[in-house]
Write a protein that binds this ligand. Structure first.
Ligand code: NAI
Length: 345
């Protein structure tokens, strides 16, 4: 465990088994310096237990960075349930997961993630109060996430391309789900020229028919000659093989963990791409969930959302007029904030 390549001084990693409920899960609490570790509960089958461990270690660390950069009083945590969300998930399983979360005494607050629904959070809430995203709460975080990405995209386009609006801007959007679909609609309404792709071709075709966007194959979307590429599907997309084929200078999208490894931020920067750190631009969902998880007022949450493009502008200012290595600048701010909170700076 301690030699695992993605182990980054996580405070606590809990392996959960409840055979009667069919539950096998891992909860990772990365860092609680700034507050309890809030992060989604992902429910999916993995190719191996190690793949699940890798996912939860990376995702929980990402939540620490996301909360710290958005200046939220939250730490980083995440959980994975190793089960098929369509065929194996049961209420008993979710209640057993709620018990496991309860045993952590509030160090981890669960929320929805891939494969989980508000009804699943309701089932967990029977056993623990350390869960958000219930069906009766603030609702789907996706519109907040999409809005945050949209605001950041406007900010980076203004800084790098000197454009004050998006009319005629070519944007390639991968994934038209809860976030990508809304982001694409906001972009379309702002006059952007869209190129879209989704694993579900009918979804992309419908969007193209509704908005006049151009549909391409999922394998081609990242290669499109565009001003901006917005990855809004799954993560791990940018590596030594994919980066040389990217068609857009600016990358600004919602997907979590877009880099296959931290070093790929260096590759993107060296290849001249302006990579807007995913954990900054997609923090809108976390901000939305904070309203129920830690009682943040709507007004404060709106202000936090509006601050995301301001933080991006600050990073752009720090890294020069042509946009430098934003990921390094963002990571440095997070480390400064954590060190200051620990009394080490
Ligand atoms: P979703 O499941 O609603 O949508 C994902 C979409 O991507 C689906 O339409 C799916 O068909 C498509 N897709 C999957 N693989 C694809 C591929 N290889 N090529 C093209 N399309 C593909 O998920 P959601 O909620 O929209 O999340 C999208 C991304 O944003 C995920 O990485 C998620 O972790 C991240 N995110 C979501 C937040 C939220 O509030 N929902 C918050 C922060 C990050």
């Amino acid at each position: 465990m301690f030699d695992h390549p993605d182990f980054d001084h996580h405070e606590q990693v809990v392996f959960v088994a409840d055979p009667a409920a069919g539950l096998r899960a891992i909860i990772a609490v990365h860092d609680t310096t700034l507050g309890p570790g809030l992060g989604g509960c992902r429910i999916r089958r993995y190719d191996s237990d190690d793949a699940a461990l890798t996912d939860v270690l990376r995702l929980s660390r990402g939540m620490t960075f996301k909360a710290a950069l958005a200046a939220l009083p939250l730490g980083g945590g995440k959980s994975v349930i190793l089960a098929d969300a369509e065929t194996e998930k049961t209420e008993a399983m979710m209640r057993a997961m709620g018990q496991a979360v309860e045993r952590l005494g509030g160090r981890y607050i669960a929320a929805e993630d891939v494969g989980a629904t508000p009804a699943d959070m309701d089932a967990m809430a029977v056993e623990t109060s350390h869960v958000s995203g219930l069906s009766t709460g603030v609702g789907d975080p996706a519109p907040w996430t999409a809005k945050g990405v949209f605001l950041c995209l406007n900010a980076v386009v203004e800084h790098i391309l000197g454009r004050s609006d998006l009319k005629g801007l070519r944007v390639a959007v991968k994934g038209l789900g809860a976030v990508g679909g809304r982001l694409a609609m906001l972009l379309s309404e702002a006059g952007a020229e869209l190129i879209v792709a989704d694993l579900d071709p009918a979804r992309a075709a419908q969007f193209a028919a509704d908005t006049g966007a151009t549909q391409v194959a999922t394998s081609e979307i990242a290669h499109q000659a565009a001003d901006v590429y917005a990855p809004c599907a799954l993560g791990g997309e940018f590596d030594a093989t994919t980066i040389p084929k990217l068609g857009a200078q600016i990358i600004c999208g919602a997907a979590n963990n877009q880099l296959a490894a931290d070093a790929d931020a260096d590759r993107l920067s060296a290849a001249g791409h302006i990579y807007c750190p995913d954990y900054l631009v997609n923090a809108g969902g976390l901000i939305s969930v904070s309203r129920t998880a830690i009682g943040m007022s709507d007004a404060r949450a709106e202000a936090k959302l509006a601050a995301l493009p301001e933080t991006l502008k600050m990073l752009l200012d720090r890294t020069g007029p042509n946009g430098g290595h934003l990921a390094i600048a963002a990571d440095a701010i997070v480390r400064e904030r954590l060190a200051a909170a620990r009394g080490g700076a």
